[in-house]
Every structure is written in structure tokens, then in C-alpha cells.
Design a protein around this ligand. Sequence first.
Ligand code: ASP
Length: 593
Amino acid sequence: MYRSHTCGELNAASIGQEVKLSGWVQKIRDKGFMVWVDLRDRYGITQLIFDEERSSKELMEKAQKLGREFVIQVSGKVIERESKNTNIPTGEIEVLVDEVNILNTSLTPPFTIENETDGGEDLRMKYRYLDIRRNPVKNKLKFRHKVGMEVRNYLSNQDFVEVETPYLIKSTPEGARDFVVPSRMNEGQFYALPQSPQTFKQLLMVGGMDKYFQIVKCFRDEDLRADRQPEFTQIDCEMAFVEQEDILNIFEGLTRHLLKEINGVDVAEFPRMTYSEAMKKYGNDKPDIRFGMEFAELNDLAKNKGFNVFDQQELVVGIAVPGAASFTRKEIDKLISWVKRPQVGANGLVWAKYNEDGTLKSSVDKFYSEEDLKTWAEATSAKPGDLILLMAGDANKTRTQLSALRMHLGNELGLRKADEFAPLWVIDFPLLEWDEETNRFHAMHHPFTSPKKEDFALLETKPGEVRANAYDLVLNGNEIGGGSIRIHDKETQEKMFDYLGFTPEEAKAQFGFLMDAFQYGAPPHGGIAFGFDRLVAILGGQESIRDFIAFPKNNNGRDVMIDAPAKLDEAQLKELHLQVNYLEETSKNSQGK
Ligand code: ASP
């Protein structure tokens, strides 16, 4: 038996007991005549004591030779500690050791195994197994487990069945590139890893499973923008015989359950906003509604007043920044450079200060009277003390740019509080989205999403205006879930593939199995998927998902610990019937590496 107790378990009530503990050496304090060792495991830290007067010479020597991160087993007696530590549960006792057994030695770790470590991100990732010994990472993994358990509890109680779907499949269109896997047994053919279990969960509905969920890995070969992972986890769900309303209710319930059980927070009914309203009010389909600064469109109030810069633009739009009338010229200039950075790409900002004394002063006083500025203040709901900021340009672009500024200011002014939760349903997404590059429409969600019945006729005339039965769940400015009511008949699905530019042959080759299934009594169905990593991070009050993932990849999609991806050896390639013949440009890259 390695241990009778964990290192987090013993306390004053255990005094007098003979115990056995196993764990890692966190710290050694050697006073010569006395040695203290902090012994650590997942559950906590227990202080061990070796004392010249009470321990043998041999034992003292053994204790003095211990090193950091050695794995040891000790037997001894729980005694009362002289100087107590009230900060930890085991702080009133220590174990007077009578036997120590070194189970394994350790090299000196490359960074300190402390809450605040001296190890940088790269080093921590390379030795992730050491990083996981640290409380901040360990606790995040435990937290993730807890969220996962609550998800399973809730859905299971609602009669959902967790079903596993395969990873070696054919392409699923979620809008990213596929990771592919060559087949040894089927020469020249490849599996694709699922971007999501989308088609399988729909087939489970045809199969009569009625309510399905799965906490499942998804794989998307995208360029990794900040805080994305090429493999990530979804809470994937599907239900039969449901309308949008049913789905929103069930998953609002799930989210509320999690906020209650995990964060102890009760939230009121989730507000709902249409996609077009979200774009107009926040320039964003995932607005953070923890703070205001809603957009006000100012075309009527700011155009045709002699200020040319505005007159030619499609949209003039403004926000009121609370309490920012006191910003200095320098601070405002900083904001202007911020929006001019290529990442935002705006031309500049026009500002108007609504001073505490009720007067108004702007960067365009030449063109606008104080009366004019007052109308801006009204439209943006600015109060004395606020700063009004205006942008102008192409409507969509300008909204996006102002949205970036709004979020930036939200962060700067501390309006995005981690312990505040503001969920929101965004509904009525467009069915299709114009893609400038390929010059055609793409499914905004995915090709299995059903258009709204009342918009169906528009498909022929104004496809861009057709709304879908599609919805996103937004939490604190993050899209944490998204889904739709699906098409469940062959004809509509065929038509949809046609609109999306698939030839009937292509559609059949890629999704024939689904359309076949629709001919055998497919029930009406719909579903949703939550991004589990992000959800866990937000509930944990953090921005970054990385520490909630045991073994994450870096921004180049590499696992620096196991050093993957890696080349295959010749024998393996041969078995897979492959010959690697790098294209010229890529071979340059791989040589440079
Ligand atoms: N498969 C979709 C996604 O991954 C979610 C859904 O429509 O249920 O975003």
C-alpha cells in the first residue's frame, strides 16, 4: 500500500495516527538538526518533519539527500505542529517520519513548480506534465471536469443519450479545411477527421435516438488566430421533433444550470436579439452586453452639414464612452492611432466631448454647432462627462471597426467584468453569406440549415436576405454555442446544395448518404453545439482556453512536448502507398525549418 491518506487530508483530528503518504517533494528546509519537507500530491501539501532527537542518523541523512520533485513514500505519526499555518487545511499538523522510501528521483525541474512560476509559456508547454503539477493548471483541469460532469448530469436528466460518432469519416462542411488521414487498406483514399459530428447526429435522429449529445473532439485545419486550437471539444447536441423555441429553452436551461452549479449565479431569462439588430446596435453578431455603448446611426444628424468627409460615406455611426470626456488630447490621439492600425483599418475618429458643465466641444467644431453636437449626444444617449466617438465609411466595415473600438474601450475601462455573466441569444441569422473571393454564396452556418418558411420565396430573388432558423448563444461577447433547425427532406436539401454551387453529382458523392436517409422517414430535427473549451474558460473567468486543455498546441499547431506533427519514415509511407513529393514553395519552407 503506497498510502493510507492523501497529502490534503490530515488535520488536527488525525493527531496520533500512524499514516503512510506518497507524493512529490515540493520543498526542503534543512536546519541540520531538523529537516522539514513539504510533500505534495493532487490533493494538497503535508509537512513532514525529520528530527535529530527523534529520528535515526540514517534517516536524517536520507532526508537531507532528497531533492525537489523526488517521489517518495513515508510512514510516520501525525503530530501537532509548533508553528501552525492557518492558510492550508493540513496546516495544524505535521508527520514525524520514521521511514522514507524513495520511489523515484527527479532532475531539477526546468521551472519552479509554484503557483507563480518562473517558466515562460514555451518551456511550460514543452514540459507540460510538470506544468500540470502546478495548482493553477491542475485546478483548471479539475474545473473542466466539473463542468463536464454538470453538462452530463443536466442533459442526461433531460433524457439525452450520449452516443459516440466516428473520427475517421468523410469531409463535413463547417467552413474550415479538413485534416486528412491516408487509408492503408484502401490505397489512394483518405479519411477526413470530423470538423463536427454534424451529419452523424442528424443520422442519429433519422435512427430515432430522439435526443443525442456528445462531448466530442472536432478538428479544423484553420490558420490559428489567437486562442484557437486545431482540435477542440464541443458539447454537440441534436433533438428530433423540435422547433427553434424548444432548442432555445433546453439549452438556455443547460447554460443556466451551469452558471448556477459552477458559479453560483442566477441569471434571468436570456434576452434575444436578431442578427440584424446585433449588427446595427453593436456591429457584431456576438455582442458583449455587460456594458452599453450602443451604436447610434447619425446619417441624418451629421451628413450634409458641410463636412465633406462624412457626406460621401454610406454610414456615420457613433458611441458614447461613459466618463471619457476627461480624456486628454494624448489619450484621444492614442485611440485614433489604435483604430488606424491595420488590424482595425479605420480612417480615423471624430470626437465630441460632452463636458460635465453641459457644454460640448468637438474635433469638428468648424462644421457643427453646439446644437448639432447636442443632437449627437441625444442619439448616442451620452450624458455630461461622456465622450462621443464617430466613425464613417462603408456600413458593414465601419460597424465592424467601431465594434472593435467598443470592445477595446470596454476592456480599457474595466467594463468587462469576469464575474458578471450576460448571456444572449442571437437569432435569425442570414442563411447565406456572399463570399468575395469565390464570388458566390456560402452557407453562413452550414448547408443543412433550414431557411425560414416565410423567407423561402426570397431564395430565387434575394438570396442574401433569406433568414435561417439559426441561432447563436453568446456569453460576455463570446459565441459559446450555435446551431439550427435542419432541412429534413431530400428535395429542399438538394435545392440547397444547388444554391451553394454543388453540381448534383458533387452533392451526391459527398452527401448522398444523408439525402438517402432523408427518404426513409427523417423526423423534423435541429440542434446546437457549444464550444466546450471556451465555455469552461469563461465560466472559470479566464480569457485563454489553453490552460483548460491538458495538452494544447501552439500557434503553429504544434505539440512542442511530443514534437508533432513529424515526418513519416519511408516504411510507413510505403505502407500507406504514399510518396512525398513536396511542391516547390513548401519544400523551401520545410528546408528552412
Ligand atoms: N455542427 C455545428 C457546428 O459545429 C453546430 C450545429 O449546427 O449543431 O458549429
